[in-house]
Ligand binder design. Structure first.
Ligand SMILES: [Zn+2]
Length: 77
C-alpha cells in the first residue's frame, strides 16, 4: 500500500472527476466555451501571466516566469 496522497489518483476517482467536469462544461454555451478558451489559452493558472514554451530534459513544457499572487518577490510559479 502506497501513500494515497502522493500516489496517482484511483481510476474510480478519475472517472468521478471526469463526469463532474463534463456536467460542468455541458452547462456552458459554445460562446462561453470559446470565450473561456480565448481568455485562458497559454495563461498561467496560478498567476495569469502569459506562459512560455521551453524544452526541459527534452520535453516541451509551458513555463511561467511570473510571480505567484501574494508573493513579493517570490519564486516563479
Ligand atoms: Zn504563474
Amino acid at each position: 500500500m502506497g501513500d494515497r496522497r502522493r500516489g496517482p489518483a484511483q481510476p474510480e476517482e478519475l472517472a468521478r472527476r471526469r463526469a463532474s467536469r463534463e456536467r460542468d462544461t455541458q452547462e456552458l454555451t459554445v460562446q462561453e466555451r470559446e470565450s473561456l478558451r480565448a481568455q485562458h489559452w497559454m495563461r498561467c493558472p496560478k498567476c495569469g501571466v502569459q506562459l512560455d514554451e521551453i524544452t526541459f530534459r527534452g520535453v516541451k513544457v509551458d513555463k511561467c516566469f511570473g510571480w505567484r499572487v501574494g508573493q513579493v518577490p517570490g519564486p516563479s510559479c
